[in-house]
Design a protein around this ligand. Structure first.
Ligand code: TMP
Length: 400
């Protein structure tokens, strides 16, 4: 395979997690047959992009997506703050246009709608897009591609702002999508793009963020090379704590909008994130987490402790399958109604309402959405008060 971004053939292996079911492939019954696909992570020494080698049919992953961005207060607040800041910095008004790629349930665009600014959401999942439309967010039920960008331009649309949160990682055809962003953006417009930061994944050993949906794992250097290829410059960058550490980059045709922050971060990545040696020992560190976690759970179970999983997250599916720990857990709780009553991929644990935690008071809850640790633990104070403990698996296994 050649690099998804620059097309060069010299990809170097980082880590192989073996054959895995789809991380969001929740089952209707524990007997439902499942397909598995290899998960192999590689590094491109030519453009620094970390990526998976294989492609799974996107419809299998995104047509029946069960992830609602509005499910987390952290995400909602981050979106509302970003919209407020962007309206002010860009001077947006009723004559502007904001487009969001992968607009999910309208969690972000609804803030623009409230401020009277025209928006268009684009998302391939019908069920979630209908929810967005019910929230007053006009949404096209489609994948965003160059062809769609051309159609939008033909119907007179040009964007002042394009948002693309947590979608860059999912794209099999990066150059097609980035070219679409490039032609759709006004000359002084901006695209604001959030995507998990590969540096956090490596430094914090967040190997459970590696799953088939996430084809690409970006550094600022990799993003810059990708956007430059399509006449866009990264003009600003922020490091966010969201999703275990993300980059928020602002790109524009107008390179004069450049902020020094871009230079500072790019300099910090040079001779580090662009060097294969930075990634070479990741696999060994991942094995340590796997051994520590399975040893700990085996020990607790041998002492008759009652253990459950907290959150039927995609990360949780990777963690449980790769570490082989499903056997130690009785069930998983998750606050998403659409997930309750289904079963976790590979491990076939029932997904229950979080109220079950207080009903059965397990000794330990393994936190499978450690990215929402603060939010979940503050919600579950009663469980903790009654003696319940959380096990946090990443970056190192510990009981809190
Ligand atoms: P993600 O890590 O793939 O984004 O999934 C996070 C999961 O965590 C999602 O299914 C919802 C669940 N969750 C809870 O069950 N309770 C919570 O308080 C939060 C914030 C998330």
């Amino acid at each position: 395979m050649n690099c998804r971004s620059c097309g060069m053939p010299n990809l170097k292996p980082i880590l192989s997690l073996g054959n895995m079911p789809l991380a969001n492939g929740l089952l209707k019954s524990p007997e439902e047959p499942e397909e598995t696909y290899p998960l192999d992570l590689v590094f491109c020494p030519d453009c620094t992009l970390v990526q998976l080698t294989g492609n799974v049919d996107p419809d299998k992953m995104f047509k029946d997506y069960k992830y609602y961005s509005s499910g987390s207060k952290t995400m909602l607040k981050s979106a509302a703050d970003l919209v407020e800041k962007t309206i002010a910095s860009e001077g947006l008004n009723k004559d502007s246009l904001v487009i969001e790629i992968a607009s999910n349930d309208g969690y972000l665009l609804k803030n623009y709608v409230k401020a009277g600014i025209p928006v268009l959401g684009i998302d391939p999942c019908q069920k979630i897009a209908i929810e967005a439309m019910n929230n007053g967010v006009p949404t096209y039920i489609k994948y965003f591609k160059l062809e769609l960008a051309k159609d939008l331009i033909d119907s007179g649309m040009h964007a002042d702002v394009i948002h693309a949160n947590n979608i860059m990682a999912h794209l099999p055809y990066l150059n097609d999508v980035v070219e679409g962003i490039s032609i759709l953006l006004k000359p002084n417009g901006i695209a604001i793009i959030e995507t998990p930061y590969v540096r956090d994944m490596i430094d914090n050993c967040e190997f459970d963020t590696i799953y088939h949906e996430h084809l690409c794992y970006y550094s600022l250097l990799a993003l810059s090379m990708l956007f430059n290829r399509h006449g866009l410059s990264v003009v600003d960058v922020e490091h966010l704590s969201i999703h275990g550490g993300s980059l928020r980059v602002t790109v524009s045709h107008n390179a004069e909008r450049y902020n020094e922050r871009v230079y500072t971060m790019a300099a910090s990545e040079t001779f580090t994130l662009d060097d294969y040696r930075y990634y070479e020992y990741f696999g060994k560190r991942v094995e340590v987490v796997k051994d520590d976690l399975s040893d700990m759970l085996y020990g607790l179970k041998s002492n008759d402790k009652h253990i459950v999983g907290y959150a039927a997250s995609a990360k949780g599916a990777v963690l449980m399958n790769y570490c082989g720990i499903g056997q130690y857990l009785d069930y998983v709780v998750d606050s998403t109604p659409a997930k309750q009553g289904l079963y976790t991929p590979g491990t076939h644990l029932e997904i229950c309402d979080p109220s079950k935690l207080l009903e059965t008071q397990p000794d330990y809850a393994l936190l499978l959405a450690w990215n929402f640790a603060d939010e979940i633990m503050s919600k579950e104070q009663e469980y903790i008060k009654r003696g319940g403990k959380f096990i946090v698996p990443i970056p190192r296994v510990r009981i809190v």
